[in-house]
Structure formats: C-alpha cells, structure tokens
Design a binder for this molecule. Sequence first.
Ligand code: NDP
Ligand code: GDP
Length: 344
Amino acid sequence: MKKKIALITGVSGQDGAYLANFLLKKKYKVIGTDRRNSRDNGWRLKFLNIEDKIIQEDLDICEITHILRIFEKYNIDEVYNLAAQSFVQSSFFHPITTAQVTALGALNILEVIRNKKKKIKFYQASSSEMFGNSVTKNANFLDEKSIFNPQSPYAISKVFAHQITKNYRNAYGMFATNGILFNHESPLRGEEFITRKITKGFSRIMNGHNKPISIGNIYAKRDWGFAGDYVEAMWKMMQQKKPDDYVIATGKSYSIKQFINFCVEILNIKAYWTGKGLNEKLVDYKSKKCLIRIDKKFFRPSEVNYLKGNFNKARKLLKWKPKTNLKELVRIMIKEDMKSNNAG
Ligand code: NDP
Ligand code: GDP
C-alpha cells in the first residue's frame, strides 16, 4: 500500500519531533519543515533518533512561495501546522512577528491548500491560551464551547488561526481541524517555558550550581500534560470522518508552586517556602541556600490565571485520554535533565 505523506511545519519544535516519531511508527512518509537559519534545533530529532528518517525542508510559513514549492514537490495527504512563535512572554515584545507567523502563517497554508485540486487534510495547533481568563464560578473547566478571552498577542494570533481554520472548513468544505491543546511538556520542551526552566534549574542546582532559579508568578495554574500523549490525539483528529474542534487536556490544574513542590519531593530536597510577594522564596533547610526566588521581570503584562480543560469530547469521539499524570511527567523531565547534566 502507498505510504501516506504528512507535512509537519515546525518539526524542530517539541511537538513536531514527537509527532514525526509517532507518524513514522504509523508508516507515514514524513516531510518536516523548519527554517534553515535555525538548524541547530535538530537536537530534538536527534534525541528521538529520527533525524535521518524524515525528509527535512526549509520553510518559513510567512513566505507563501515556500509553501507552494513544498506542495508542488510532494503529494501531501495531511498537514500538521505546528509552526508558530509559541512563547507567550515573547509575544508581548514581538507582537507583529507573532501575528505574522502564528496568525497569518496558518492562513498562508490554508490558502495554498484551497487552491489545490486534491483534498488535503489540515490540522491547526490551537491553544488553551485562547480561553485566557474566561473561567467562571459556574464552570471552572474549559471545553470546545467556552468563550475566548485571550490575554496576549500570542493568544490573539491563535484565535485568528483557529477561526480562519473553522471558516475554511465551513466556507469551502475543507478538512480543517483545530486541536485546542492545553499546556504539554516533556524533556524536549524549550527551556524558556516554566516547567523546563524549573526542572533544568533544579538539575543544575543538584550538580552544584549556586545561583537560585529566578521566576515570576508562582500562583498561576495550568493543566499540564505530556507532549508524547498529545501528538497521538492530533493524529486521531485527522483520522475522523469529519473535521472538528477538540480540547486535549488532563482535566487537572496545578500552580507553578505545586509543580516546584513535586520537583523538590522527587529530588528529595529538604526545603521550605518563606516570605511574601516578591520576597517569597524557597530555601534549603540545611544550607539555607535560596533555591527559587521571585523576579518581577518574569511577570507578564497580562496573565492567564487559571486553565483546566474538559476533554470529554476527545474521550468519546477520539477514544483518547492522557496516559501520564503530572507527577510522572515531572519525574520524566527531571530524569532526563539530570542525565544530560551528568553527561556535561
Ligand atoms: P515550539 O516552540 O517548540 O515549536 C515551534 C516551531 O515553529 C519551531 O520548530 C520553530 O522553528 C517553528 N517556527 C517558528 N516560526 C516559524 C516560521 N516563521 N516558519 C516556520 N517555522 C517556524 O512549540 P511546540 O512544539 O511546543 O508547539 C507546537 C505548536 O503547538 C505551536 O504552534 C504552539 O503554539 C502550539 N501549542 C503548544 C502548546 C504547548 O504546551 N506546547 C499548547 C498549545 C498549543 P524555529 O526554530 O525556526 O523558530
Ligand atoms: P504558557 O501557559 O504558554 O504561557 O506557558 P509558560 O510555561 O511560558 O508559562 C506558564 C505560567 O508560568 C504563566 O502563568 C507564567 O506567568 C508563569 N511563570 C512564572 N514564572 C515564569 C518564568 O520564569 N518563565 C515562564 N515562561 N513562565 C513563568
């Protein structure tokens, strides 16, 4: 049987690498794109030992001619649009670039697909950040029907990409699906994101590093899952008869402080929290060394305080559920960070 061909934009990112690995196991021919000037990002593909198993192409999703060229070259069946400026904090400093990549980039791909004769399936990486602060007292979880109240240029760009995907589905009958994924992490997560910043930071401290980890708001809550579990949901969405929108989450929400406490427990560090506000810190019992400190430069101009997803629709229609709980996830991340630290 002919192999299905999948195009993954942003293959050098966390999800791109896991998804490529997953699709290879499903016997797909995988075309993965990144931008040539960021080839050093190949470390994730190397980590999964798949850098030679996929075809890599240079693609900036802001350049429609790049997209056209790829579609001319390969007879693509499924497109997974994972490319984005994906860091919320950066989006406040680079709002225009964020909109160009994260919002208009998706539209560029949709336009190219619309002009193709063949029916090509499209997956858009939507985000729980689109909900922003829309949780109410009556419904403290978020699902496909919850309203969007985005709090950053990133989230607003994702709302555009989400809505345009829906619009192309309705207006042109395209197979265009949105996966609204809540935060998902792994040893391949970028170090600028809070979970990896903390696990990496602790592994450095365990290796004798003296500086505390400086972070911002420790009271924000997130619904964190494992990226390896979530890419399976992306694929399942693309195997449905009809395109739709699906929330992918764990249904549990924890604060950054709770995440830190899990790390401390797993690493068997004896430490205590002291102080309030910007003076709050985590201190090692014995040495009195400060392990975590608060720095206002890591606070955001506008914050998303609480995210908790309801993945009932995915459970029912996709037969999907998360396999990894937060404590297991923290364990996996710490183990890998300790390993790479020991290896220098
Ligand atoms: P990453 O930041 O790890 O990966 C994003 C990828 O996009 C990188 O490979 C990056 O490559 C690429 N990229 C950035 N700009 C462009 C561009 N102009 N043209 C082509 N490629 C570009 O993100 P994740 O893997 O974590 O996430 C994947 C997708 O899912 C993203 O769209 C993200 O916004 C979304 N998402 C992620 C969630 C999460 O918790 N991880 C939650 C919900 C949604 P380069 O190195 O060249 O910059
Ligand atoms: P996001 O949910 O996509 O913004 O993922 P992040 O991992 O970047 O941030 C999750 C939460 O952690 C947000 O509420 C941030 O405000 C909070 N946070 C607190 N300190 C930091 C920090 O030092 N870095 C990052 N990235 N986030 C932090």
